[in-house]
Structure formats: C-alpha cells, structure tokens
Design a protein around this ligand. Structure first.
Ligand code: DGY
Length: 319
C-alpha cells in the first residue's frame, strides 16, 4: 500500500512532525524562508496533505499541480492566501487555527495600541540617538490609554479578547461587526456602533476584520477623515483592509495622530514604503500571534487537522 504523503512548507517542532509521521511520510521545507513557488508546486504533486503558512498562495495553479490532495491545513487563523472556491471545486478541505492564537494576538494588538499611543518606539529611538538632554513637561507626551474610547472593527474572537483588555483599562468600548455580539456586550460593556459613529467617537480605532471582498480597503480617505485628530489607528488584521496612501496622507496632514501597523499591503513591507518614514508610525513585521507557545499550538492544531483527515475522520477546524 502506498503510504500517505504530507508536505510541510516550513520547519516546525519535531513533536509536530512526529504527529504527522504516525499517519504519513512527511517532507518538510526546512529553510527559514518561504519555499520558491516552482519547487513547492513540484513537491506537492503526489501529496495527500499540505501544511501551509500564510506565505503560500493556494490557488487554481496550486490545486491543479496536485493529483490527490485532500487537505490544506493553514497555520494561521486568516486564510486570505487560499482560494476557497477553487478548493471547493477540487474537493480539498481547508482548515485554519482559530482559538489557539486569540489571546496572544489580542496581547499584541493591545501592546501595539499602547506603544503607539504612548510613543514607545519613538521615545526609544530618541534616547538611543543621544537626544535626551533634559526632562521636559512635553517630552514624548502621548495620548491617554486609561479611560479613553476604543473602537474595535471586527468583533470576532480576537476583537472580544481586545475588549476584555480594554475593560481592564477603564476604556469605553465601541465595536462594529457584521452582527451584534450580545455576550461580549454583557461581558465587557461594549456598545455596538455603525462604522462612521465608531470612527468619530474613538480615541483608538483597532482593525481586526479578516480580509474579504467586503473589507478590502475598508479604511480609506473618507474613513480616516472621520477620525479625531488625536486618534490612533491600529491594524492587526491584513494590510489589504487599508488604503495605505490614504493612511499616509491622513498622518502627514495630521488628520489622525498616529498609526500602529502589524500588517501591510505588501509583506515583507518594502523599505521604501513612505509609512516607514513617519515618526508617528509603529511598524511591526506581522507578529500578531508570535509567541513561542502560541506558534507551537498553531502548528499542533494544523497537524492535528491533517491527522484527522488522513485517518478518515472529519477535520477539527474546517474553514
Ligand atoms: C493569522 O493567524 O492569520 C495571523 O495573521 C498570523 O499568525
């Protein structure tokens, strides 16, 4: 009998590979960079399962390069790198890694909110460049976090976890979502608002929506113009949800106060992206879920999905 085959597109914990080896032969791309596309298409020809990262595009070309693929297990909660419709046509199951990354991504969103509001990276650069000559009443003065108003766009699991943190900071919580979340409203005191209302009233606007055709470029010139001049914009969703040139213009024209960005339209963000030149932008390299523990959990869940499907059971977390 031919043994089932799995291809893993990045180096993962040996424990995770051992899980997969119980049901299949496993090949792994072990370099610390995405596998070149041509090679990937070659490697997946005869596999039953692929464990992907968000750096791999799973599209028609990918799917027609394989002969017996049954599951793509994406090691991320987001799956905008995957053409779901094409997977449906090819009868390939898609899974993601929800829940296990909720709290650490919410931690990062809140850390970025605080770093941006309180100018942490700017203050750190200032000190390291030897510019700190005296204490001053206005030196690196930021915006209040405690007691301010947060507007969460996209009240999924991570949005709710951010709201719980905001409650601890005595913040008034507004949210905008496709549907109302009565339980979150009860737990955190969050109030539903339409998008314009949220943008006008919030001191911190935190974008957490998945990237879909409905949310692409959700934040553009009009939306930034509704925000307060003292407001901080935080994006921990996907870069495609924001019109980056409109954001740049809003920051330069002082229509908004600062931005904290964990995600960009093009990643890795090119160093000549003008947003990177602005002192009031805190930029991070897409590290929302990047803790040692969470990444291990994500890898384990992605592998568990593959094991379940290759053992003839249903996936654990199908998209
Ligand atoms: C996700 O899971 O979608 C994050 O963006 C990557 O950790």
């Amino acid at each position: 009998m031919i043994k089932q085959q799995v291809f893993v597109t990045r180096k993962l914990n040996p424990e995770v590979i051992a899980m997969l080896e119980k049901v299949a032969e496993v090949e792994q791309w072990t370099k610390n960079a995405p596998i070149p596309r041509e090679l990937l298409l070659e490697k997946i020809k005869h596999v039953d399962a692929v464990l992907t990262m968000l750096t791999e595009r799973v599209d028609e070309e990918f799917l027609t390069s394989t002969k017996r693929l049954r599951i793509v297990a994406n090691m991320a909660v987001g799956y905008d790198n995957i053409d779901l419709e094409a997977c449906r046509r090819h009868e390939v199951i898609v899974t993601n890694t929800p829940d296990v990354l909720t709290e650490s991504t919410a931690d990062l969103a809140f850390a970025l909110l605080m770093a941006t509001g309180r100018r942490l990276t700017e203050a750190n650069r200032f000190l390291l460049q030897g510019e700190w000559t005296a204490w001053s009443p206005t030196l690196m003065a930021g915006q209040n976090v405690y007691g301010s108003t947060i507007g969460i766009i996209g009240m999924g699991r991570i949005g709710e976890a951010v709201a719980r943190r905001a409650k601890g900071f005595g913040m008034r919580i507004l949210y905008h979502n496709r549907k109302r979340k009565p339980q979150a409203e009860q737990e955190t005191g969050a109030q539903y608002a339409d998008l314009a209302e949220l943008l006008q009233a919030s001191d911190y606007v935190v974008l957490l929506t998945p990237l879909t055709e409905d949310t692409r470029m959700l934040m553009g010139e009009k939306q930034f113009s509704l925000m307060k001049e003292t407001a901080v914009f935080i994006n921990v969703s996907r870069g495609g949800t924001v019109d980056e040139s409109a954001l740049y213009q809003a920051l330069v024209d002082k229509k908004i106060w600062a931005a904290g960005l964990d995600v960009f339209a093009v990643e890795p963000v090119p160093m000549d992206n003008p947003l990177l030149q602005l002192p009031n932008v805190v930029a991070l390299p897409h590290i929302g879920s990047a803790t040692v523990q969470t990444r291990a959990e994500m890898a384990r869940l992605a592998a568990a999905n593959i094991v379940a499907v290759l053992s003839g059971r249903g996936p654990l977390t199908a998209v």
